[in-house]
Design a protein around this ligand. Structure first.
Ligand code: ZN
Length: 60
């Protein structure tokens, strides 16, 4: 049951990469074990993903 009974002001969140404010209804969300991050679009999501994967330093 996720129906909205009445319009409410959208919750604005900051994009993790470019810090643009976006309504959470249109945000791209990535959830990890102990974090949740939001992006304004796939471009920022991909940018974060690449950065994040680099940081984790997988064995090669
Ligand atoms: Zn962004």
């Amino acid at each position: 049951m996720n129906e909205k009974l009445f319009p409410t002001e959208p919750t604005l969140i900051d994009c993790e990469i470019c810090f643009k404010e976006i309504p959470d209804s249109v945000a791209v969300t990535e959830e990890g074990e102990d974090y949740v991050v939001h992006f304004c679009g796939l471009d920022c999501y991909v940018a974060w993903k690449e950065k994040n994967e680099t940081k984790q330093g997988n064995d090669e």
